[in-house]
Design a protein around this ligand. Structure first.
Ligand code: TLP
Length: 342
């Protein structure tokens, strides 16, 4: 059986143009800063965000963890939304690697209320950790691919920066947010001290993410990447695909968003699930399984028997992600399968 794979946009395969660029890439030893293709990708990423410099890292996880190390000291406190990937799905790295205590706040569809965040910032006191970082996820994965509206993010960022905090954007799906909201990348970047975005999700590159910030911080981030074992050698081979991703794969994300919307609208009325259509803003559809005797695992197994692969966010939450390698026929198949199962 061939499967329609909605588990994640991470499953996307590189395009022919990427494979050609990889085969032809000019390379050097990037630990010696001698790989011209990596350098081109880093310059392109910095330019797109209107920031000074960027660093090519192997994964989104490493990009977020380097940012946490960069902006904080051991024992500080970081504020994150309670379903943030960096808190839930990065193996406790914020504590393990950066020695941070995490203060979680519940957002509304992934968006934090500035008043609640300000209340959570610690006052100077010998008993208190220092709150030094706010981490914002855009789009918010487990909230259903929701966008941080630029006006709200500006207010939030101003409020915490006034109190001396730094802001990091986990933009694993940063370009989905830009395309869906019409917000320029540089407008989002202006709200942050660093931005991580992934090339390996909807943009379909095989490997890699970018950490973007000031020149001085990126110089330090390069040392932090080395200590984490992320210094790569002839990395131009994979950076070449990243360049193609940034240059040619951003605008088409709108197609993924349209398909996610069609999928969600076709299943929202099923009695066996609960789906908040307002969360379906980009390429992710999440729903809660409400049918008696079923949970996410059992539903995912039944969908698989119909040729449709989905993933789970929690015991009763199913997630379907649209991307370049699922088309309209795959969406039709997913709709039929879900309508049969729930
Ligand atoms: N997300 C993956 C899984 O880990 C869940 C996915 O399939 O969605 N930030 C966010 C918001 C992410 O969604 C992810 C990956 C990361 C960071 C980490 O990126 P990688 O996988 O490149 O380390």
């Amino acid at each position: 059986m061939t499967f329609s794979d909605f588990r994640s946009d991470t499953v996307t395969k590189p395009t022919d143009a990427m494979r050609r660029a990889m085969a032809e890439a000019e390379v050097g030893d990037d630990v010696y800063a001698e790989d011209p293709t990596v350098r081109r990708l880093e310059e392109l990423a910095a330019e797109r965000l209107g920031m000074e410099a960027a660093l090519f890292v192997p994964s989104g996880t490493m990009g977020n963890q380097i940012a946490a190390l960069l902006h904080t000291r051991h024992g500080d406190e970081v504020i994150v939304e309670e379903n943030a990937h960096a808190f839930l799905w990065e193996t406790g790295g914020l504590a393990w690697l950066a020695g941070l205590q995490t203060r979680t706040i519940r957002g509304r569809r992934g968006v934090l209320d500035p008043a609640l965040v300000e209340d959570a910032i610690r006052t100077p006191d010998v008993h208190h950790p220092r709150t030094t970082l706010l981490l914002v996820e855009n789009t918010h994965n487990f909230a259903g691919g929701t966008i941080q509206p630029i006006g709200e993010l500006r207010r939030l960022s101003q409020a915490v920066r006034r109190q001396g905090l730094r802001v990091h954007i986990d933009g694993a799906r940063f370009w989905n947010a830009c395309v869906a909201s019409g917000t320029r990348a540089s407008e989002y970047a202006a709200c942050a001290d660093s931005v991580m975005f992934c090339l390996s999700k909807g943009l379909s590159a095989p490997v890699g993410s970018m950490l973007v910030s000031s020149r001085e911080r990126i110089d330090e981030a390069r040392r932090l990447r080395k200590v984490l074992g992320g210094g790569m050698r002839q990395a131009g081979i994979i950076a070449a695909a990243g360049i193609v991703a940034l240059q040619t794969m951003v605008d088409r994300l709108a197609e993924d968003h349209r398909r996610a919307r069609r999928l969600a609208e076709a299943i929202a009325d099923r009695p066996g699930l609960a789906l908040d259509l307002e969360t379906v803003q980009t390429n992710i559809v999440v729903f809660r399984v409400t049918k008696a005797g079923e949970d996410a695992a059992s539903v995912i197994a039944k969908l698989k028997a119909e040729g449709v692969l989905a993933s789970d966010n929690a015991r009763d939450i199913v997630r379907l992600v649209t991307h370049k390698d699922v088309g309209d026929a795959d969406v039709d198949r997913a709709i039929a399968a879900i309508r049969k199962v729930l």
